[in-house]
Design a protein around this ligand. Structure first.
Ligand SMILES: Cc1cc2nc3c(=O)[nH]c(=O)nc-3n(C[C@H](O)[C@H](O)[C@H](O)COP(=O)(O)O)c2cc1C
Ligand code: SF4
Length: 458
């Protein structure tokens, strides 16, 4: 049956009177007044009439899963925070993950480019619900323009009383009479310095504290001991941008979008060999082929689909026979990839040299490994060496098995590495070799085993 969208009005963009994401050329930065005039901050107003724990329950029951890559249920994560003690108020933090360094991923950027208040409203709702006192938006260093847009929007939000001591939260909650509680939140932008690893949540916290971005050993988990040793929630930009609509329209409305286990819509950023790359918002569950053929103008030059990076290179590769893969959180076990990741696929046509792709992605992981764990530090270097050798035509058949063994070792032993980067490297290299084995074999020389026949016979 052909795929049809359940959502005709995109959720993330529904209040934004500018052009759809697929066509960014006519878009503009939506300032506070325009955002509020078109229904913005209604979700926050409604949240402020609810008890914080009811907001948490609403998000949990809506089935919102993190949009940063791992797909962890958002409301459930919030429940891991220790109980707020009004008699002894202590700092508790929200770290907004705007690091967006996964190659091919550009979904958060467009949210911050044009619609900064959508995320700011989400931040205010999350902080109210979880009793968090301060939000830091950790934004990748290269997003200078986006950081400036955010700074301006945050200034507007302070002036309008969304953030700060005289905040909307204090006044509105009191006036609502609906069970809301007083709360005020501070919000700041912190620019990173351009390291992929700083998108990993605990490396992000280290970097925010002014230290080298090295992931922390867990437990303790950030919800218990996070930024500056205090309870901290880390959420992705897009995750937060979903909150206003969920609160405004209710959990059932959100559950009606998407598919079982993958509620709601998702931003899909498509790049690579398609006619019209871009960012689109659709229900989770849209087949990749529909995304490409119906919305991205088809394969570039009418070429055949050869494969795709599923959703950021850490997720691995979808093979030539997996073009119809449904883009939802169930994609991992069904199509032998790690998961949906950031849902920003890079499409390859029939002319793509997959060995070159493998060498290129191995180089990325080698460069970005922080070096704390031996399997990741050494393994990423070995994989890069092997892929380089094979690409040059100097590899042996046994190199393929060696690469698979190294990759599997990096991913399959929980506890031997501190963070998920090593496993991402494993999925990327392993799936590309396994799904294009013939192509790799045609580039290596057979491994001959030297056997002496009839030793001593002459
Ligand atoms: C190496 C590595 C890089 C990551 N980079 C990002 C990133 O750039 N942005 C992001 O939101 N999450 C990133 N993550 C995932 C975060 O650790 C974390 O799961 C996420 O920010 C949680 O937010 P969410 O639950 O709202 O998705 C990365 C994870 C790893 C292992
Ligand atoms: S797995 Fe790799 S990137 Fe992650 S902490 Fe260990 S060495 Fe660093």
């Amino acid at each position: 049956m052909p795929w049809t969208p359940k959502t005709t009005t995109p959720i993330l963009t529904k209040r934004i009177p500018s052009a759809p994401y697929g066509d960014p050329k006519d878009r503009h930065i939506v300032r506070y007044d325009e955002y509020a005039r078109t229904g913005g901050y209604e979700g926050l107003r409604k949240a402020l009439t609810m008890k914080p724990e009811d907001v948490v329950a609403e998000v949990k029951d809506a089935g919102l899963r993190g949009r940063g890559g791992a797909g962890f249920p958002t409301g459930l994560k919030w429940t891991f925070l220790p109980k707020h003690d009004p008699a002894n108020p202590q700092p508790r933090y929200l770290a907004v993950n705007a690091d967006e360094s996964e190659p091919g991923t550009f979904k958060d950027r467009l949210l911050m480019d044009f619609d900064p208040h959508l995320m700011l409203e989400g931040i205010a709702i999350a902080c109210y619900a979880c009793r968090l006192t301060k939000a830091y938006v950790y934004i990748r260093g290269e997003y200078y323009h986006q950081a400036m847009v955010l700074e301006e929007a945050i200034k507007e939000a302070y002036a309008k009383g969304v953030f700060g001591q005289q905040g909307l939260m204090n006044g509105a909650a009191n006036a609502s009479g609906g069970g809301g509680e007083k709360w005020s939140v501070e919000c700041h932008v912190h620019r990173g310095a351009g390291a992929y690893i700083c998108g990993e949540e605990t490396a992000l916290l280290e970097s925010l504290e002014g230290k080298r971005g090295w992931p922390r050993i867990k437990p303790p988990f950030p919800a218990v001991k996070g930024l500056f040793g205090r309870p901290t929630i880390i959420n992705n930009v897009e995750t937060l941008a979903h909150l206003p609509s969920i609160i405004e329209n209710g959990k059932q409305w959100f559950l009606n979008q998407g598919v079982q286990g993958s509620a709601g819509t998702k931003l899909f950023g498509v790049s690579g060999h398609v006619n019209k790359p871009g960012l689109f918002e659709f229900d989770l569950g849209i087949p990749l082929s529909t995304l490409v053929n119906q919305y991205c103008g088809g394969m570039r030059g009418g070429k055949k689909f050869k494969g795709a990076i599923a959703g950021g290179i850490s997720t691995g590769i979808l093979g030539p026979d997996q073009f119809d893969a449904e883009m939802d959180f169930g994609i991992g076990p069904k199509y032998n990839v790690l998961g949906l990741g950031t849902a920003c696929p890079t499409i390859f046509d029939e002319d793509t040299d997959m060995v070159m792709v493998a060498r290129n992605l191995a180089r990325f992981f080698k460069h970005e490994s922080c070096g704390q764990c031996t399997p990741c530090r050494e393994g990423s270097g070995w994989l890069y060496q092997l892929m380089t050798r094979i690409e040059r035509g100097e590899g042996r058949t046994k190199d393929l098995d060696l690469a698979l063994e190294i990759a599997t070792g990096m991913g399959a032993m929980p506890g031997t590495t501190i963070c998920g980067l090593a496993d991402g490297n494993n999925w990327a290299v392993r799936t590309i070799i396994n799904k294009y084995r013939d192509e790799f074999e045609s580039r290596v020389r057979p491994t001959y085993v030297s056997v002496t026949v009839g030793a001593g016979a002459g």
